[in-house]
Design a protein around this ligand. Structure first.
Ligand code: HDD
Length: 686
């Protein structure tokens, strides 16, 4: 049975989003009924004339059941169709009232409930998680002053500068129209055709070709608001702001070959990882940071703050941590919550406002518009996941799926019959909690033209490239070779390489060589600048918290030794699984998975504790060699020495043997490094 809360009911603290949702939860119940509450006698046989006769149209249970089934799917999101979500809360460290009057950013005692949805962009709802793609990072804050949506990505810039290009861009990256190939991939002609004709894509394309597009986990990726937004304080003073989410676990990626193999082994890899971490109590955490720019400094950069293809280098304007997001609860029902959540960049609260970034301005129209189709009409904000905890009072009425039974005799303002209610949001002249648009002077001619201040498409692409470590540069180069290798039209490849020549001559030359194209003339944007904060090589690598370690065991395993090492790794936060040639037990050890049903790509590191029994097992030896190929830490204990030898690894970087002193510490250090990329140089390329 469904219970509705009247739309006007105020809900004012973090637990109340929970209570609000609780009122919509439906128990399974013990008696089958129709949607009208009529008990059903039999749901296995439709009503028919006699034993072999035709089905009767009057079988209202059959018709209702099949009608509901026929309509189970709603249109998937046109982009970001594949996603996973979680509940949590946000808490600001200290009041930001100097810059913003947003209630949830000024009261450190307040825990604001949130729902976050992570997503890929290009693939359809059933596509694999680990594809080369941008990841969405969308957060709905249920604040006391209304819902605030920060709809960002894990890459701080965007492909295009003006929202009117978005349909073109998405049509280009989606499967090609004649044969609907390829799914969830940018490695095809139409995407690269768009790139070659639209050089504003170049900065974002550099990020897309980097390991940022292959996150190890949603819990280990950054998020960005992308646009420059505006904070507004109680006096009405504005400050430009860029938003950054930084994962407490650090920013880590998979390697390309691994990504390809995970797609078959576990297409739900990122989704499962998020779900399982929250179920285990390993709650993902992110610091929210801001870069603040006073209005007086709007024009002090060598790019336009309104251009969404540009970052503000952290070295120029530091990222100030302002609060923490914790995700601590999985949804109860994927469809009701994760699928039906509706984000809209236009959902802002007092203290946060827009800028004239033309991409942001256009987004504000698109998100509201798309929900009308996807969620079936204008009342989608009444779906439990979308309801604000702040009270809602207005005269908007009726339409498809109206849930509220409005009691008022009037639905217009001004009125005298309902004592004038609802009146303006301003109570007795007090402006607190009232959204007032930032007062900005605007003048100019009505034109359809890109601002000349948006013209530079290469400087920051070069900044990104210059900031990369050697292994990151290698991966980017290989990514270009892979992607362009799937392009059929030679002139498209040539033109992309032509753009790369503006970014870096060596990069362009190497890609040209690999593709058998003439070497382009280097026209590098040679500013020589770098931003170390952009490199993942500079991310801290001390913790092994939540890293997944496979422990290979057999009858010759020293169970006590393994148990002791496992305890210590788990005490440091690692997640260990025991793998053997069969399920059940091996001696006193419980087996978590049969080796033959697992793959090394599902783990971050491997601990070999089995010897002779597995040295002749091709799958076990492949498991070790593949983990090594993907740069993972490998440890060998006791009998594991034999398996390590059987794997005949060509290099010892990140490999800890049974004779190494302080085994567990060294192995943990090797796991914390995440990936030993230098092995690639040693001839075992990932
Ligand atoms: Fe968008 C979904 C992020 C540009 C139009 N977008 C969507 C989602 C994210 C982003 C994370 C998924 C939200 C969820 O989980 O439900 N989009 C971005 C970012 C952009 C961006 C960071 C550039 C800075 N988007 C953008 C433009 C347009 C759209 C320029 C249209 C002109 N985006 C949409 C959409 C979607 C969407 C069609 C699909 C489903 C939805 O909105 O709810 O309206």
């Amino acid at each position: 049975m469904r219970h509705l809360i009247p739309l006007g009911d105020p809900v004012t603290n973090e637990n109340d989003k929970q209570q609000q949702l609780d009122r919509y939860r439906v128990e399974q119940g013990d008696r089958l009924t129709t949607d009208q509450g009529v008990r059903v006698e039999d749901t296995d046989n439709s009503l028919a004339v006699g034993d072999r006769g035709p089905t009767l149209l009057e079988d209202f249970h059959f018709r209702e059941k099949v009608m509901r089934f026929d309509h189970e799917r709603i249109p998937e999101r046109v982009v970001h169709a594949r996603g996973s979500g979680a509940y949590g809360f946000f808490q600001v460290h200290e009041s930001l009232e100097e810059y913003t009057c947003a209630d949830f950013l000024t009261d450190p005692s307040l825990r604001t409930p949130v729902f976050v949805r992570f997503s890929t962009v290009a693939g359809s709802r059933g596509s694999a998680d680990t594809v080369r793609d941008v990841r969405g990072f969308a957060t709905k804050f249920y604040t006391r002053e209304g819902n605030y949506d920060l709809v960002g990505n894990n890459i701080p810039v965007f492909f295009i500068q003006d929202a009117v290009k978005f349909p073109d861009f998405v049509h280009a990256v989606k499967p090609e129209p004649h044969n609907e190939i390829p799914q969830a991939q940018s490695a095809h002609d139409t995407f690269w055709d768009f790139v070659q004709l639209q050089p504003e894509t170049m900065h974002m394309v550099m990020w897309l070709m980097s390991d940022r597009a292959l996150p190890r986990s949603f819990r280990m990726m950054q998020g960005f608001g992308v646009h420059t937004f505006r904070f507004v304080n109680a006096e009405g003073r504005g400050t430009f702001v860029k938003f950054h989410w930084k994962p407490v676990l650090g920013t880590h990626s998979l390697v390309w070959d691994e990504v390809l193999r995970i797609q078959g082994n576990d297409p739900d890899f990122n989704r499962r990882d998020l779900w399982e971490a929250i179920e285990r109590g390993d709650h993902p955490e992110y610091e929210l940071g801001v870069q603040l720019v006073p209005e007086s400094e709007e024009h002090s950069f060598d790019f336009d703050l309104l251009d969404p293809t540009k970052i503000i280098p952290e070295e120029d304007v530091p990222v100030r941590p302002i609060g923490r997001l914790t995700l601590d609860r999985n949804p109860d029902n994927f469809f009701a919550e994760t699928e039906q959540i509706a984000f809209c960049t236009g959902n802002v609260v007092p203290g946060i406002d827009f800028t004239n970034d033309p991409l942001l301005q256009g987004r504000n129209f698109s998100y509201l518009d798309t929900q009308l189709l996807r969620l079936g009409g204008p009342n989608f904000m009444q779906i439990p996941i979308n309801r604000p905890v702040a009270p809602v009072h207005n005269d908007q009425r009726d339409g498809f799926h109206q849930d509220a039974i409005h009691q008022s005799r009037t639905s217009y303002t001004k009125n005298s019959i309902s004592e004038g209610c609802p009146m303006s949001g301003v109570l007795s002249g007090r402006m607190e909690g009232v959204f007032r648009h930032y007062t900005e002077r605007v003048e100019g001619e009505k034109i359809r033209r890109r601002s000349p201040s948006f013209e530079d498409h290469y400087s920051q692409a070069a900044l990104f490239w210059n900031s990369m470590s050697d292994w990151e540069k290698r991966h980017i180069t290989e990514a270009f070779l892979f992607e362009l290798g799937h392009v059929e039209r030679r002139y498209i490849k040539e033109n992309v390489v032509g753009h790369l020549a503006h970014v870096d001559g060596d990069l362009a030359a190497e890609v040209a060589r690999g593709l058998g194209l003439p070497e382009p003339q280097a026209v590098r944007t040679d500013h020589g600048k770098a931003s170390p904060a952009l490199s993942q090589a500079n991310a801290p690598r001390e913790s092994i918290a939540t890293r997944k370690i496979a422990i290979l065991v057999a009858d010759d395993t020293d169970a006590d030794q393994v148990a002791a090492v496992r305890r210590e790794l788990q005490a440091r936060g690692a997640v260990c699984e025991t793998l053997a040639s069969h399920e059940g037990t091996v001696g006193p050890l419980d087996v978590d998975r049969r080796l033959g049903a697992a793959a090394s790509v599902l783990y971050d590191a491997v601990l070999l504790a089995a010897g002779d029994e597995l040295t002749g097992d091709g799958h076990a030896v492949h498991f070790v060699r593949e983990a090594f190929k993907h740069g993972k830490a490998i440890g060998a204990l006791g009998a594991g020495r034999a398996l390590l030898e059987a794997a005949a690894l060509p290099d010892r970087q990140g490999v800890v043997g049974p004779d190494d002193e302080g085994f567990t510490q060294r192995f943990a250090d090797a796991v914390a490094v995440h990936r030993h990329y230098d092995r690639e140089v040693a001839g075992f390329s990932a």
